[in-house]
Design a protein around this ligand. Structure first.
Ligand SMILES: Cc1cc2nc3c(=O)[nH]c(=O)nc-3n(C[C@H](O)[C@H](O)[C@H](O)COP(=O)(O)OP(=O)(O)OC[C@H]3O[C@@H](n4cnc5c(N)ncnc54)[C@H](O)[C@@H]3O)c2cc1C
Length: 591
């Protein structure tokens, strides 16, 4: 018996399991293979534009990914520093295998958490609510809530040229039975696809023909809890494709699964394969390629930018046209993987199944792509599964509070027809939702849930106090005004001692004061719409003043608020106005 069963120990499942156990629930983490806990089957990096924000928010909530990333950092870079702080995004090269071991040890050391290797084959319900999980080997595990974090494994299929077979990533076994259980529970399943490049043997690479890419000095940590200085340990290398590469691809497009129809799954627009890039951007005579280390002292390198599912012979030819890879040995071929995932429109804004109390889903199974997107959903879904078990009100993050709120709202209100990747452009309030203030936005709420530690809360409060004091002193000393000048940077007078976090906050809050005030005004407006709650049993179909399409969409999706209703595709501003009037009348009648 467990309170919560988490299915799958990928990036979503690890965060979900730790979160549920840390909130005091007896938790079982059931996964296909304990060797692949926290596996990074694709890029050996954590973070990036928009993704870095999610990692910081997971950290601010008391999650693990940020801390683990700091422990395995090989190289750290702050992206977009040429632009404003809203889009500054941290990205680190991570030692994949050390990351897995680090996460595995953290999971095993966690009180109230048990790990087991096994395949979940069925989710059991009683009176329409979750009551247990059945395994392939016949065990029935009673529980009160389940968090499904099955990633890219549901009925997964590998495609390389004309070859295709049932398998998970990296030769691991697929999950073959749970898809049917989800269908039986009423979910709509789709086929999505993603792909990865080949890996090359380090001793077959000529790095002298590439441009080293160094990390930032000093490296910036992901976690607000990391005090120790981090170190850049290894470089990445930049090289390029060329006309020869492109010609080989063009000559073999008739054998490319992406174009022969062998791949049915929908791929990620923002992680295109090289064959897609060569056809989609035919005018470009070269594409950037980054050689990234898979681990310290580990003899394989990742070829970022060369994801593909071209036949083996074509892969050898095209990779060997790239400067520095002329004699490369492909230790693992590039491949595409197709898998089942659900339609996230069937989820609540808390990542619960609309029709099945106690069932939550997180990660790639919800139609997203990325370690960071998965980890963020994992902790969020588990918070709500834990609160469900405690019969407490759910935990909601809205678009004005967190990138997690933006992602979950996009998924559960607009849905997605392709693997959803987080980007800063998705967040309308991105000047407020920066990565540097995730702790100030989220830690207090996580502390109230018993998830963020007292020490984390103490640090957040100290940062807040220091920041307010520093801004006051800058104003009083007449130093705030010059700081607002374009290009001005914060320099403190002799003897003014403040933490790096407080200095960063003070500089941003002073320099962007006007923009932040404007954004806060928009947030107040948006918040009013989010707080205008709509009764769950509202009879939209009888509201003649609404257009037919809106009635049908609202009835199907049952938005929790006016704000969410306004974002449903097919619901016009005029429909929202009708709803607003109806809601006002409802509220006045109840008084
Ligand atoms: C080939 C490939 C290429 C990728 N390329 C990119 C990319 O370019 N960009 C990007 O952002 N992301 C990419 N990803 C995606 C990235 O790996 C995922 O987004 C991320 O790992 C998702 O995390 P998750 O926790 O949802 O699932 P996963 O990491 O897939 O983990 C799922 C876990 O569930 C377990 N499991 C599954 N079914 C069951 C079951 N029935 N019972 C028990 N355990 C089960 C599995 O063993 C696994 O441990 C790629 C993934 C692959 C495989």
């Amino acid at each position: 018996m467990a309170d919560i069963v988490v299915i799958g120990a990928g990036h979503a499942g690890c965060e979900a399991a730790l979160c549920a156990a840390r909130m005091g629930l007896d938790t079982l983490l059931l996964t296909l293979n304990l060797e692949s806990v926290a596996l990074m089957p694709c890029n050996p990096s954590i973070g990036g534009t928009g993704k870095g924000h999610l990692v910081r928010e997971v950290d601010a909530l008391g999650g693990e990914m940020g801390l683990a990333a700091d422990d395995v950092t090989l190289q750290s870079r702050m992206l977009n520093t040429g632009k404003g702080p809203a889009v500054h995004s941290l990205r680190v090269q991570a030692d994949k295998r050390v990351y897995q071991l680090r996460m595995l040890n953290t999971l095993f050391a966690q009180e109230k958490l048990t790990l087991r290797q096994g395949e979940a084959s069925e989710i059991l319900t009683k009176n329409g609510a979750v009551c247990g999980v059945k395994t392939l080997t016949g065990d029935v595990i009673p529980c009160r809530a389940v968090v499904v974090c099955t990633g890219v494994y549901l009925k997964s299929r590998i495609i390389i040229g004309e070859a295709e077979w049932e398998a998970g990533p990296q030769g691991l076994m697929p999950a073959t039975r749970l898809s049917q259980s989800l269908l039986d529970l009423g979910f709509t399943l789709r086929r999505f696809k993603t792909g990865t490049p080949a890996r090359v043997a380090e001793n077959s690479i000529d790095f002298s023909k590439m441009t080293p890419q160094h990390g930032d000095e000093p490296p910036t940590p992901f976690s607000f809890m990391t005090d120790r200085p981090l170190e850049n340990k290894i470089d990445c290398y930049l090289t390029w494709t060329n006309e020869q590469t492109h010609e080989i691809i063009r000559q073999n497009l008739h054998r490319a699964p992406m174009f022969t129809g062998a791949i049915n799954g929908t791929g990620a627009r923002y992680c295109p394969s090289i064959e897609t890039k060569v056809t989609r951007f035919a005018d470009k005579d070269r594409h950037q390629i980054f050689l990234e280390p898979e681990g310290m002292g580990y003899p394989e390198w990742y070829v970022q930018g060369m994801s593909s599912s071209m036949p083996e012979d074509v892969q050898w030819d095209m990779y060997r046209t790239i400067p520095g890879l002329e004699h490369c040995v492909l230790t693992r071929l590039a491949y595409a993987i197709e898998y089942d995932c659900i339609d996230p429109l069937s989820l609540t804004p808390h990542l619960g199944a609309r029709e099945i109390p106690g069932l939550y889903l997180a990660g790639q199974v919800n139609g997203t792509s990325g370690y960071e997107e998965a980890a963020a959903q994992g902790i969020y879904a588990a918070i709500n599964a834990a609160l469900y078990c405690k019969n407490e009100a759910p935990f909601l993050l809205t678009r004005d509070q967190a990138y997690i709120g933006v992602m979950v709202d996009d998924l559960t209100t607009k849905g997605t027809d392709e693997p959803y990747r987080m980007m800063t452009s998705r967040a309308e309030h991105r000047l407020f939702l920066r990565q540097d203030n995730a702790d100030l936005r989220l830690t207090e709420r996580a502390h109230k849930l018993g998830l963020a530690s007292d020490e984390r809360m103490r640090r957040t409060e100290q940062k807040e106090r220091e920041t307010a004091e520093l801004i006051r002193r800058l104003e009083n000393a007449g130093l705030a005004k010059p700081l607002r000048q374009p290009g001005a940077a914060l320099t403190l007078p002799e003897g003014w001692e403040y933490s790096a976090g407080a200095k960063e906050q003070a500089e941003i809050q002073v320099k962007y004061e006007g923009y932040l005030q404007k954004e806060m005004a928009q947030i107040r407006q948006a918040r009013a719409m989010e707080e205008a709650l709509i009764p769950p049993d509202t009879d939209y179909l009888s509201m003649d003043a609404l257009r037919l399409e809106a009635r049908q969409k609202l009835d199907a999706q049952r938005p929790v608020s006016l704000g969410q209703a306004s974002r449903i595709p097919g619901v016009s501003p005029a429909d929202v106005a009708v709803l607003m009037v109806w809601l006002k009348r409802q509220n006045s009648q109840e008084k």
